[in-house]
Design a protein around this ligand. Structure first.
Ligand code: GDP
Length: 599
């Protein structure tokens, strides 16, 4: 405790939100909400600036003491490859420069995601020039004929995408939803669309296989429109391109449209900022040891730097780009494989650069030890009640739900009924609805989108309840529709917050104003209707205009203090902070009650 009774927290930079939350005994999302109040939008695995951490701690009644290693730090010359937080603590100038867009293909299996990516890679001007052979590093950079670059992430499926998001890693700028022109929209198309929507990324559509005679691109457009994606050419906002991975027709146009979309998004990053990014994929490679492909949000990664990828540390021995070439450095949105890690991190783990190998080792050991101990999870992070209570700011509060049911009929019925529960005050949004048991993927989506999962006559796949526990996601299972709807409705009422109801008890007229030697003036009144009560509130009306509203300080009938005076009686009354009464003023007495609101 410090001299003000605040609990002291000692922490070593980088100050990662999750670590700070653990020290405070708080849940990370609670800190994220507090950070938002400070206009800082972070993720649980992100490091925050020291000054921000200080303010946050002060607000929550903690005193933050930043531990420095060794003796008092000698003044150091600013170097680019510096410890993330130490640099962040100094007021660093911002050098925002345009960066390439990061694009992910998503869609139903066999609709041509892999083929499209291959076809696009073959258009890569830089690959032809350098003679480099495309390496599988989890992402690739394609240079268009006009010299601009686009970074494509390999997509093994939307599970990976959502898993990364659930860990707080938002790496994609644009999702290209691939739909085969002959097959049209399929269940996984919808699932992919819902995942992309939940991620809040820009969505474009590639209508693939347009070379086939059975191709019907307009049918695809119509189907997508039914799912909320209206094509630009039909007056909507979604760019939809007709392509064929086989004949390559439309591929150039697709790339142009991606760049156009990127221009609209005005994607920028600071290559001089402290390096920070995410692991896209990682593995143990024979001869190389653990390697990880990373994508930087900001900063420049260089050979020789000490890094942390989640709990694992390392010193960069080599950086390999997607063409298999060794490079000395990589900037924002340029995927590179790091060689020199001491362990294999998870996809989605956060990458930071620290000052020295020693520091990397210390932090890594600390994080690994914490992992071994296991982070205690105290119930769902966003239970229905929690979500409802933790008021999302803004005019309309939105409750996100993921709905799983045993059969299509029930799914539709529940979906419709739930949507009808939305009111102008609370919006109920089903971000994903599907038939079948509750999967790990549903939980990850819920975690990423802060949603609650509602299951109707379905089971949880094995292992799902553990994941839900770990991710702090609430799953509610029902077998009676009525019960399901009733509970959600009840919760919605809670979300609205109690409604304040006012009951007018009575009125009095001021007949005379008494000025006493001590204290504020007293209004001598006659109760004209109902009653005045001592613990009620009073509104002073003069020619119908409200002069004052507040509490009664004293209420007397002759010399006696009374709890109430009824119609036809006289009384003397003092108000809290108001005594400018005039004869003829009307005093309206009322009570305020909190009533459960109606949706
Ligand atoms: P993914 O599962 O979405 O990655 O789909 P793939 O890229 O593996 O493609 C699935 C199948 O569709 C393969 O047999 C491809 O040859 C075929 N395919 C992909 N794109 C096209 C296309 O533009 N035209 C035609 N006719 N077939 C395609």
């Amino acid at each position: 405790m410090d001299e003000h009774g605040n609990k002291v927290i000692h922490i070593r930079p980088p100050i990662v939100v999750r670590d700070l939350a653990t020290r405070m005994g708080q849940r990370p999302h609670h800190l994220l909400a507090k950070l938002m109040e400070l206009n800082v939008f972070a993720t649980p695995n992100e490091a925050i600036r020291e000054d921000v951490a200080q303010t946050l701690c002060e607000r929550l009644g903690f005193k933050l003491e930043i531990e420095r290693r060794g003796h008092a730090p000698a003044p150091r010359k600013p170097r680019e490859a510096d410890s993330a937080t130490e640099v962040a603590a100094k007021p660093t100038p911002v050098h925002l420069v345009p960066r390439p867009p990061v694009v992910t293909f998503m869609g139903h299996v066999d609709h041509g995601k892999t083929s499209l990516l291959d076809a696009i890679r073959k258009t890569d001007v830089a690959a032809h020039e350098s003679g480099g052979i495309t390496q599988h590093i989890g992402a690739s950079v394609v240079t268009t004929p006009d010299g601009r670059t686009i970074t494509f992430l390999d997509t093994p499926g939307h599970e990976a995408f959502t898993k990364m998001r659930a860990r707080g890693a938002q790496v994609t700028d644009i999702v290209v939803l691939v739909v085969a022109a002959d097959d049209g929209v399929m269940p996984q198309t919808i699932e992919a669309l819902n995942h992309a929507k939940a991620a809040g990324v820009t969505i474009m559509v590639a209508i693939n296989k347009c070379d086939l005679s059975a191709a019907n691109p307009d049918r695809v457009r119509k189907q997508l429109q039914e799912h909320g994606l209206t094509p630009e050419e039909w007056g909507g906002e979604t760019i939809m391109c007709e392509v064929s991975a086989h004949t390559k027709k439309g591929i150039d146009h697709l790339l142009e449209m991606i760049l156009l979309q990127a221009d609209i998004l005005e994607l920028k990053a600071d290559p001089k900022a402290p390096p920070a990014g995410y692991v896209i994929e990682a593995q143990l490679e024979p001869g190389r040891g653990p390697t990880a492909t990373v994508l930087l949000k900001q900063g420049t990664l260089k050979v020789g730097q000490a890094v942390l990828c989640g709990p694992h540390g390392g010193k960069i021995r080599a950086l390999i780009n997607d063409k298999g070439q060794n490079v000395k450095e990589a900037g924002p949105a340029q995927p590179v494989k790091i060689v020199g890690l001491w362990g294999v991190p998870d996809a989605g783990a956060e990458l930071t650069v620290v000052a020295s190998e020693k520091e990397a080792r210390e932090i890594s050991e600390q994080r690994l030890a914490e992992l071994r101990r296991g982070t205690p999870t105290a119930g769902p992070r966003f239970s229905l009640e929690d979500l409802l209570r933790s008021a999302e700011t803004g005019e309309v509060k939105t409750l996100h739900l993921i709905l799983k049911a045993d059969v299509q009929g029930s799914l539709e019925a529940i979906h419709d009924a739930l949507t009808k529960l939305s009111s102008d005050k609370v919006k109920l949004e089903v971000i994903h609805a599907a038939v079948g048991s509750i999967t790990e993927n549903d939980v990850l989506l819920a975690s990423a989108a802060r949603a609650v999962i509602i299951g109707f006559r379905v089971k949880l796949e094995s292992g799902v309840s553990e994941v839900a526990k770990r991710e702090g996601v609430e799953i509610r299972l029902y077998s009676i529709i009525y019960e399901l709807l009733e509970q959600v409705e009840e919760s919605l009422k809670g979300m609205l917050g109690p409604e304040v109801k006012e009951t007018v008890l009575g009125q009095a007229e001021v007949r005379q104003v008494f000025e006493l030697s001590k204290g504020p003036k007293v209004a001598g009144c006659y109760v004209t209707s109902g009653r005045l009560v001592r613990n009620g509130r009073v509104r002073v009306l003069r020619r119908r205009a409200v002069q004052y509203e507040g509490k009664i300080v004293s209420l007397r009938h002759f010399q006696d203090d009374v709890r109430e005076v009824k119609a036809g009686m006289e009384c003397g009354l003092r108000l809290d902070n108001f005594d400018a009464f005039q004869p003829g003023d009307i005093l309206e007495c009322f009570m305020v009650e909190k009533a459960p609101p109606k949706t």
